[in-house]
Design a binder for this molecule. Structure first.
Ligand code: PAF
Length: 282
């Protein structure tokens, strides 16, 4: 495995793979890797001859009062996990490599970036779309892998790739959960033991609604109410919404199209997000 930090090195490192027409898979991350990231790497390795993982805590996707400075980092551990997982290249650029002096060009996503997290994190998806498009241009992968936990991010990136004619397949990999169903996230490390227990209300609520959906419930308000009952123990529910799987607009009742039940909630001072996909059968 090679660890590299510049765009020139990425091009050099991938030149041979491109000459040999090998499929290049890309897993963009902000590091502090967990099993969710490892599932993305595994998906890439199953489909691609070469897997590149980027590790870059992207400042432009954090708001002024968010956790950029405290975002968990452990580069050596990440490198070892990547090596053990069969990654070919770890690309860990510094901030100046990604945002050189006088940088001023951003990607502005549209309607998909407005609801859910977009309503509470102004500029977040602008930062995500910008850095992802830059990383795509740097690595020029054939396929890129994103986790379903960041459902809205997947939708924004997929739209961006289509709208900007990026010749990259976007693959969404199902959320990886702890044994007790807490969705894996680098931010879980912020949770105290007591918070960690209360955080389970999120997946409990989502899975309770998903189970009623499986049993035939198609009323949007009822499905939301079922999840909400469980969410009473979180400290602050930011949103709990059932949205259309393609447009991310509020889902219509009765549910006839794929939809996502999405949550963002604070447990202690940690903001967690999660979702389940509800897929009506025709
Ligand atoms: O999902 C993440 O970790 C980040 O939003 C991403 C896609 C690496 C962009 O910084």
């Amino acid at each position: 495995m090679q660890t590299i930090t510049t765009v020139a090195e990425v091009h050099h490192a991938l030149a041979e793979a491109r000459r040999a027409d090998k499929r290049v898979g890309f897993v963009p991350t902000m590091g502090y890797l967990h099993d969710g990231h490892l599932a993305l790497i595994e998906a890439s390795r199953a489909q691609c001859a070469v897997t590149v993982v980027s590790i870059f805590v992207n400042p432009t996707q954090f708001g002024p009062n968010e956790d950029l400075s405290t975002y968990p980092r452990d580069f050596q551990r990440d490198e070892k996990l990547c090596r053990d997982a069969g990654v070919a290249i770890v690309f860990a650029p510094g901030a100046k490599e990604v945002y050189p002096a006088q940088f001023e060009t951003f990607i502005e996503p549209g309607e998909l970036a407005k609801p859910l997290c977009g309503a509470f994190r102004p500029g977040h998806f602008r930062g995500v779309a910008t850095v992802v498009s830059k990383l795509f241009n740097m690595v020029q992968p054939d396929v890129a892998f994103f986790g379903q936990k960041d459902f809205q991010q997947c939708a924004v990136v997929r739209r961006m790739a289509i709208d900007l004619n990026m010749p990259i397949e976007i693959v969404t990999v199902p959320t990886v959960r702890e044994a007790d169903r807490l969705a894996m996230s680098s931010r879980n490390r912020y949770l105290s033991e007591e918070d960690r227990g209360r955080a389970l209300a999120i997946s409990r609520g989502l899975f309770a609604a998903a189970e009623e959906f499986r049993l035939g419930e198609r009323n949007v308000d009822k499905l939301i109410a079922i999840a909400k009952r469980h969410l009473e123990t979180v400290d602050r529910l930011q949103y709990l919404e059932l949205v259309d799987g393609d447009t991310l607009k509020p889902a219509a009742s009765p549910l006839r199209r794929p939809a996502a039940l999405c949550v963002a909630a604070y447990v202690g001072s940690t903001r967690l997000i999660d979702n389940v996909i509800l897929q009506p059968t025709p």
